[in-house]
Design a binder for this molecule. Structure first.
Ligand SMILES: C[S@@+](CC[C@H](N)C(=O)[O-])C[C@H]1O[C@@H](n2cnc3c(N)ncnc32)[C@H](O)[C@@H]1O
Length: 262
């Protein structure tokens, strides 16, 4: 049976939390909260872009009484996020389907966040400039945008453990991942073959093929892109500490401030 090609984050939604099970979102949410509190005097409202299955928003919501709207382009990821919210009855995160290149919200926030390489899905610097223009529409004056991106060094390192990954996920899914990095185009590919199995866990009922392409930016490139916009760089953090990032960092979290006059 040949797998049909599915759009990014459609079938992957069903195995996403399994492939992320080593990521401690509670610790990560702590770090994001520390960044927000460090760089904003009185944060109340947060907009998350590219929230995936909602793990960051739900962890942040558990940590602090923020008013959180969490959005993602994939309706499949948002469907799972809403199911997780139903399981956590205390949560009042508002999950919505939204493309971050076309932000249509009639309110402004103290902080906008986007974690786990989501900005790397933008393949051209002009797309990141466009993203920042969209974000400006929903930030209050002097509020912040916090996002991370992954660097070439991280891609080279991560293919060693990401490539040839295989496993099972709830709902009778089996998956295989091929991960490769092209250092000249600086595109990181993650190709997933996902199978829906019968209850015997052997018979393959359906097969899907999802190709994920991420553009891997260097720190100087990202700084040049930000320079083209009206945002000011407040901080750049290395990994998961409030330590200054440099060109040897694997993952960098940027904090940008929105211009006062809009
Ligand atoms: C690597 S996942 C990260 C998800 C989540 N932030 C996390 O930490 O688990 C990337 C996410 O970006 C979303 N995404 C990609 N392009 C997008 C766009 N143009 N607008 C909104 N979301 C997008 C995908 O649907 C996917 O959920």
């Amino acid at each position: 049976m040949k797998g049909s090609r599915s759009p990014e984050y459609s079938k992957l939604a069903y195995i996403y939390d399994t492939i992320m099970e080593d990521v401690d979102y509670e610790v990560w949410a702590d770090f994001i909260d520390e960044i927000i509190q460090t760089n904003h005097p009185d944060p109340v409202s947060i907009l998350e872009l590219a929230c995936g299955t909602g793990s960051m928003a739900l962890s942040l919501d558990e940590l602090m009484c923020y008013d959180i709207v969490a959005t993602d382009k994939s309706p499949h990821m948002i469907k799972i996020a809403r199911c997780k919210k139903r399981d956590n009855r205390w949560s009042d995160v508002d999950f919505e389907v939204m493309d971050f290149l076309d932000i249509a919200l009639d309110r402004r926030f103290d902080a906008v966040i986007s974690t786990f390489d989501s900005v790397n899905y933008l393949h051209k610097p002009r797309d990141i400039v466009r993203l920042l223009k969209e974000i400006k529409k929903v930030l209050k004056p002097d509020s912040i945008f916090v996002f991370d991106f992954t660097t070439p060094k991280n891609s080279i390192r991560s293919i060693k453990y990401l490539n040839n990954e295989e496993g099972y996920a709830p709902g009778n899914y089996r998956f295989f991942r091929k991960s490769s990095y092209n250092p000249s185009s600086r595109i990181h590919y993650n190709v997933f073959d996902i199978e829906k199995l019968d209850n015997d866990m052997e018979t393959v009922l359906e097969k899907y093929h999802e190709v994920h392409k991420q553009k891997i930016y260097t720190l100087p490139e990202m700084l040049d892109i930000i320079d083209e916009t009206e945002f000011t760089l407040l901080a750049k953090y290395d990994g998961f500490d409030l330590v200054e990032a440099d060109e040897s960092s694997l993952r960098i979290t940027m904090v940008l401030q929105c211009p006062t006059i809009q």
